[in-house]
Design a protein around this ligand. Structure first.
Ligand SMILES: [Zn+2]
Length: 462
């Protein structure tokens, strides 16, 4: 060892290293090579042949420091014995930012204070079963080989902003209890979150380049997937929840191999996302109560959260586009009941853009009341029934027909198009004949729309 001290300087903190520089090199070529980091100490040197026992001794010395463990920018050689770290309890803050690990294992360790791996580089990383009691910061960290965080517990903030996972990233069974951020992360192969639990998590602008597995993942609070790119085999299956979860999938890119199955989507927003190719199976969209004729409550199914929360015309316009994509999606799969509900939603969004009066008094509003935008046959049937009833009463009490005759007369008016039956009683007054003509016009309209609705409901949408 020489008396020179290490030339390493922290890029972020104004502190230096007082360790002596390495002097022992193997060959002359290594010494004379200009790129050789012979200006650094055993901790900061990136040389592969540095004395691993001496390195471990120095690391141990720093790990026993009373206030914080400072191993910033240290290079851990391949042969370093991580048994010294596995299962270990770290009760002071750990600074490993910028550190380089040829391989690493912190399995079952406990970090009781914050731990910083900002800008660190891992070949393979094992954090299985690790407890992070306070903040864990993996900002900009690079994982070149498999990263295993299975069954780890992040009890406070977890920050993976800008991290890169070049190979498989495994977060199976991992719990994230604090605010968690995977923003701008690149998962070059699959990201596995099988049975993990999240409180609040953001995946904003994250790229899953070869799939993501969110099977039986538990989300509570907000899960923000804004601008996330899902490419490859991606599964959201049986998302469980302790509390309501709010899924934000805005501007999200879904490739054509994404399945969302048995998931409660009643609080999920899909604005500006292209979801016409997502394979939705047995998913539950929201429900809303609406009032038929202004006072009869009916439950409306498959309502998007975006419609319930929309305030401006622009919001309704954007939501109607999401509905249209979903109609196309379900129609192509042959799920016409779903497609019909979603088509109704699209029409509702258009009606709600019409302003205060247009919402209630327009052809659109009338079509909603009488035919449910041409997809609710029960409404048509109701109005046909009402017309028969009113006509019966009119012919019986105003025109004085016998009950049977009054009923037949009202059916003639309704049936004129369908059965080509056209007959009116000689006992009708001129007002009665005028009413009969009116009944023919209204009855024809109602029966035609009824038939068209049935045809639409029981045959494919297009
Ligand atoms: Zn140093």
């Amino acid at each position: 060892m020489s008396n020179d001290t290490c030339k390493w300087e922290s890029a972020v903190h104004p502190h230096k290293c007082n360790e002596p520089v390495l002097t022992s090199f193997r060959t002359y070529a290594e010494i004379s090579a200009p790129a050789q980091p012979h200006r650094y100490c055993i901790l900061h040197s990136s040389r592969g042949d540095k004395d691993v026992h001496e390195f471990a001794r120095k690391v141990e010395e720093r790990m026993r420091a009373p206030e914080k463990i400072d191993l910033i920018d240290c290079h851990f050689p391949k042969d370093y014995d991580f048994n010294l770290c596995e299962g270990r309890t770290f009760d002071v803050p750990v600074h490993l930012s910028g550190a380089v690990f040829s391989r690493s294992s912190f399995n079952d360790a406990k970090f009781l204070k914050p731990v910083y791996f900002i800008g660190a580089t891992f070949a393979n990383a094992a954090f299985r079963g690790v407890t992070f009691s306070q903040g864990a910061y993996f900002i900009g960290t690079k994982f070149w080989q498999e990263a295993d965080f299975g069954r780890a517990h992040f009890e406070c903030e977890a920050d993976f902003i800008g991290a890169t996972f070049a190979q498989r990233a495994d977060f199976s069974g991992t719990s994230f209890s604090g605010e968690t951020s995977f923003n701008n992360v690149v998962f070059s192969t699959s990201g596995r979150f099988f049975k993990s639990t999240f409180d609040d998590v953001t995946f904003t602008s994250t790229k899953f380049e070869r799939g993501a597995n969110f099977e039986q993942t538990a989300f509570s609070g907000c899960a923000d997937f804004t601008r996330t790119e899902f490419r490859g085999w991606t599964r959201f299956i049986k998302i469980t929840k302790k509390m309501p979860w709010y899924g934000i999938f805005r501007y999200t890119l879904f490739s054509d191999n994404v399945t969302i199955q048995e998931v409660d989507l009643s609080r999920c927003s899909f604005l500006h996302s292209e979801i016409d190719k997502v394979d939705f199976r047995h998913c539950h969209f929201g429900e809303e109560k609406e009032y038929f004729l202004g006072f009869i409550p009916i439950s409306r199914k498959n309502v998007l959260c975006d419609e319930s929360t929309a305030k401006t015309n622009l919001d309704y316009d954007m939501t109607s586009r999401v509905y249209r994509d979903l109609v196309k999606n379900f129609d192509e799969k042959g799920d016409r009941y779903m497609a019909i509900d979603l088509f109704y939603g699209e029409m509702e969004c258009r009606r709600k853009q019409m302003g205060r009066w247009g919402r209630s008094f327009s052809v659109h509003a009338l079509s909603r009341q009488i035919t449910g935008y041409g997809v609710r046959f029960a409404r048509s049937a109701f109005f046909i029934g009402m017309l028969i009833l009113v006509s019966c009463l009119f012919y019986r009490y105003h025109e004085g027909l016998e009950p049977g005759e009054a009923f037949n007369q009202s059916l003639f008016g309704i049936n004129v198009l369908l059965a080509h039956v056209y007959h009116y009683s000689e006992k009708l007054s001129s007002l009665g004949i005028a009413y009969f003509c009116f009944e023919i016009v209204l009855g024809s309209f109602l029966t035609t729309s009824f038939v068209l609705i049935l045809q639409r409901v029981f045959t494919p949408f297009k």
